[in-house]
Design a protein around this ligand. Structure first.
Ligand SMILES: NC(=O)c1ccc[n+]([C@@H]2O[C@H](COP(=O)([O-])OP(=O)(O)OC[C@H]3O[C@@H](n4cnc5c(N)ncnc54)[C@H](O)[C@@H]3O)[C@@H](O)[C@H]2O)c1
Ligand SMILES: [Zn+2]
Length: 382
């Protein structure tokens, strides 16, 4: 058999949700995965124990990626990097600005500095980008027959509980369109800005030094192993944690906002494809299903799956600053360049999540109200 061009892969953040599924898939395909993860307490709990799901054939190193010398040594020993380590709370990033820029932007700067200055053998760099960098998705005005890229809804509009995006021209309600990679980027949080930094810094440095680099813009990822006690991220995990603790899912606005939910195993497949194929090199690609679902429908589906029909989702008619109304993906580029096709339907994927969550009940501390209180205190939510 032909020797693999890439054998050893560093997965930063490999003990996390997306990282651990990616490591499983890499190992299954005969790669040697080296996990570098500091077991962030917000994700892994204060005791910082190594999660039991970490693949036994992967090398696990508990360390902060921001240690320049340490990272230099590890990079010198691998052939590729999948860079997933990050802090991931959108709302939280608005009052922990320095912390988020350090963990996301600065840490990526350290990684790239090493690639720019040191001898290395890196044949591929994959960086986790995010749909959050788009801000609002792409829209269409039926009346004006034009595409629209609206800004965030104004505070004034939200106060009137007018949730829909309207045409800047004729004021009629805009219809969401699939968002493609050419949509102008409008990050609406420090988290989103840091994801944009990560993406653009990696692509630019990759191009400059001829290191094949791919930025994957994941949409809303869900599935087993997403932290059920991190109230700052992940609608499916937050709803799951609410339901398992016998609290109704809390819905902002009227629940008719839409997102594009993709199962974590499909994300792992996309990572593998970007690693093994070259067509997406030096590009940013949406990774999603291309199918929108409303947040209310998602919450209802979950209460059903957990057999808790009495926990009717609470439609709060309240809002968070920075929230967008609609965004779902155009995945043509991923299909064409990576031959990527999501394989897991929402029903199947949510069933996988619920089965896992039921057996990991111990991990679901519902901290949602604490997080909401923090947002309200900072006037980031009503
Ligand atoms: N989950 C989603 O819906 C989603 C969507 C778009 C993009 N992303 C991106 O995907 C990546 C993985 O996210 P996830 O959902 O698996 O989150 P996660 O919190 O489960 O995983 C992140 C991992 O990184 C580790 N980490 C954080 N800071 C670190 C540091 N300084 N040094 C070493 N390790 C560190 C954490 O301990 C954690 O295990 C992130 O870059 C995130 O921005 C996630
Ligand atoms: Zn119009």
């Amino acid at each position: 058999m032909k020797a693999k061009r890439i054998e050893k892969i560093l997965v930063t953040g490999g003990a996390g949700f997306i990282g651990s599924h990616t490591v499983d898939l890499l190992t299954k395909h005969g790669y040697q995965a080296i996990i570098l993860d500091n077991l962030e307490p917000q994700v892994h709990g204060k005791q910082k124990a190594k999660p039991d799901y970490i693949h036994k054939d992967a090398t696990f190193i508990q360390h902060d990626i921001q240690d320049h010398n340490f990272l230099t040594k590890i990079i010198s020993e691998v052939d590729a990097i999948i860079h997933l380590a990050a802090l991931v709370g959108v709302g939280q990033s608005m009052y922990q600005i320095e912390r988020y820029i350090n963990a996301n932007t600065q840490a990526t700067a350290i990684l790239l500095d090493i690639l720019a200055k040191q001898e290395h053998n890196i044949k591929k760099l994959i960086v986790a980008s995010s749909m959050s960098i788009y801000g609002e998705g792409k829209y269409h005005c039926q009346k004006c027959q034009t595409e629209a890229y609206p800004d965030l809804r104004s505070e004034e509009q939200l106060k009137k509980r007018q949730w829909n995006q309207t045409c800047p021209n004729c004021k009629s309600i805009l219809e969401p369109l699939p968002t493609d990679e050419d949509k102008p980027l409008m990050p609406t949080s420090i988290y989103a800005q840091s994801k944009r930094h990560q993406e653009e810094m990696c692509l630019l440095t990759g191009k400059t030094y001829g290191i094949p680099t791919v930025a994957l813009r994941y949409f809303n990822v869900y599935g087993s192993r997403q932290s059920l006690s991190n109230p700052y991220t992940g609608a499916c995990a937050i709803f799951t944690s609410r339901i398992l603790n016998n609290n109704p899912p809390y819905i902002f606005e009227d629940g008719n906002q839409t997102r594009d939910f993709i199962h974590v195993k499909d994300i792992a497949q996309a990572n593998l494809k970007a690693l093994e194929q070259d067509n997406a090199d030096y590009k940013a690609i949406n990774i999603a299903t291309g199918k929108p679902i409303t947040i209310l429908k998602l919450a209802k589906t979950l209460t059903k799956l957990y057999n808790k029909p009495n926990l009717k989702p609470h439609i709060s008619n309240q809002y968070r600053k920075g929230d967008i109304r609609h965004c779902y993906a155009d995945i043509t580029k991923a299909q064409k360049l990576l031959n990527f096709k999501p394989a897991i339907t929402l029903q199947k994927g949510l069933t996988e999540l619920s089965q896992w969550a039921k057996t990991h009940n111990w991990g679901a501390t519902d901290l949602f109200e604490k997080a909401l209180k923090e947002l309200k205190e900072k006037h980031l939510a009503t």
